[in-house]
Design a protein around this ligand. Structure first.
Ligand SMILES: O=C(O)CCC(=O)C(=O)O
Length: 282
């Protein structure tokens, strides 16, 4: 039976995977850039506006957890975010008028790479409609041992589940998550995962001796306008730019109710929000 076109898979499952989206040379070049960006960074001495370090290291520890906004700060990543090949794929999923939203590189270093708890990206930044996605590019081969992405397919049309407790947004789903249908997306370096903003996803800590570096680019339809949720909305909009088509004079409203996250403060990252919640629970 021929497999469904990717756009149908994306609509049905809330994600689709394109193996070999980046070729070996592109992956190697991105890894070299990452090495340059991280060289010399330690817990004690690093630019906290650009890098987040793994916790639980000594002051000289050099394991980076996340690189913030590579597509804003570094030309090689910017070029990918503007590339025709990527935007052509995105146009099939989100339409011809596209906004770039955010970018990050989650480093998941060997042995220590942090957990990412179950969450839906759209819970973080409510929009007037749900045409929003992230593209995750594996820059290393990823499997269960180094914390490949896990998703729950087919539930992205069911709305946003609760990410709050005691009136505050916690950065993760705060009710029991039915993971019986979850799948682990193992894949070779260069694979791209197109992940709908409503698809619940997570990843385990890296227990292997291999890194699992993943470059993540967020996009949305130009008529998906941010719903103001306080200072964090301004924070989330800082890197937004039109990458294809035109800005929309109209905000399109979907049929989904959008919970408004109430943040205690502007969190450093998802990892920190989730850690705080875990600590409060224990
Ligand atoms: O790095 C991962 O495994 C998942 C990342 C993620 O969900 C996020 O950063 O929002």
């Amino acid at each position: 039976m021929p497999s469904l076109p990717l756009v149908n898979l994306f609509q049905r499952d809330g994600f689709c995977v394109v193996e070999g989206f980046l070729d070996r040379n592109e992956v190697a070049d991105f890894l070299k850039s990452i090495e340059r960006i991280c060289t010399g960074a330690t817990v004690e001495h690093h630019d906290a506006t650009r890098l987040e370090m793994e916790p639980d290291q000594c002051r000289e520890g050099n394991r980076v957890r996340r690189i913030y906004e590579p597509c804003t700060h570094y030309p090689a990543f910017r070029a990918l975010s503007d590339s025709k090949k990527l935007l052509d794929s995105l146009a099939q999923l989100l339409g011809e008028n596209l906004l770039f939203h955010y970018s990050k590189i989650n480093m998941k270093p060997p042995e220590v790479g942090s957990v990412v708890e179950w969450h839906q990206d759209l819970a973080y930044y409510p929009l007037t409609n749900t045409d929003s996605l992230a593209v995750l590019f594996y820059l290393d081969d990823a499997d269960r041992t180094n914390g490949c992405l896990q998703v729950i397919p087919g539930v992205h049309k069911n709305g946003i589940v609760n990410h709050s407790r005691d009136g505050f947004f916690r950065g993760q789903i705060t009710e029991p998550v039915d993971t019986s249908k979850a799948i682990a997306i193992e894949g070779v370096a260069g694979s791209a995962i197109f992940l709908h903003g409503m698809t619940p996803h997570a990843s385990a800590p890296n227990t292997s001796s291999h890194a699992r570096r993943t470059l993540i680019l967020g996009y949305r339809a130009a008529d998906a306008y941010p719903i103001y949720a306080g200072e964090t909305t301004l924070h989330a909009e800082r890197h937004v730019r039109l990458v294809r088509g035109e800005r929309s004079p109209l905000a399109r409203f979907g049929t989904q109710a959008m919970p408004i996250p109430r943040f205690r403060d502007v969190p450093k990252s998802l990892y920190e929000l989730q850690r705080r919640f875990r600590e409060e629970q224990s």
